[in-house]
Design a protein around this ligand. Structure first.
Ligand code: TYC
Length: 103
């Protein structure tokens, strides 16, 4: 949209409402020590996966080294990485997660 301000003829381009925020993938990384059950529980509790989805993602990470736990705006992605990392450390597990921008 364009708006004219009297004599100054200032034009304001209003386009922010149609800009979508950049999205970030939360990646789950494999390790040799975190129990499979803990990873499944994390995917259910923090990433809202069903038990079946969680088991498939966990096994994919176990076999391939990493996998996508979820896709969020930056703040949400970073918060989930922090919360799950804290939870894993409290339990004594070395589980690692990272967030990275899509495309
Ligand atoms: N590799 C782990 C094991 O054999 C299981 C595991 C899966 C750990 C996914 C981390 O992100 C992970 N106990």
């Amino acid at each position: 949209m364009t708006r004219r301000d009297g004599e100054s003829h200032t034009q304001t381009l209003e386009r922010s409402a149609t800009q979508r925020p950049r999205l970030y993938r939360v990646l789950l990384l494999n390790d040799d020590y975190t129990p499979m059950e803990f990873v499944v529980r994390v995917l259910e509790l923090y990433f809202r996966k069903t038990e079946q989805e969680a088991e498939l993602i966990m096994l994919a990470v176990h076999h391939k080294g990493q996998g996508v736990a979820g896709i969020y705006t930056r703040d949400v992605a970073e918060t989930k990485v922090a919360q799950v990392t804290d939870r894993a450390r409290q339990e004594g597990y070395p589980l690692r997660l990272v967030s990275e921008p899509e495309t």
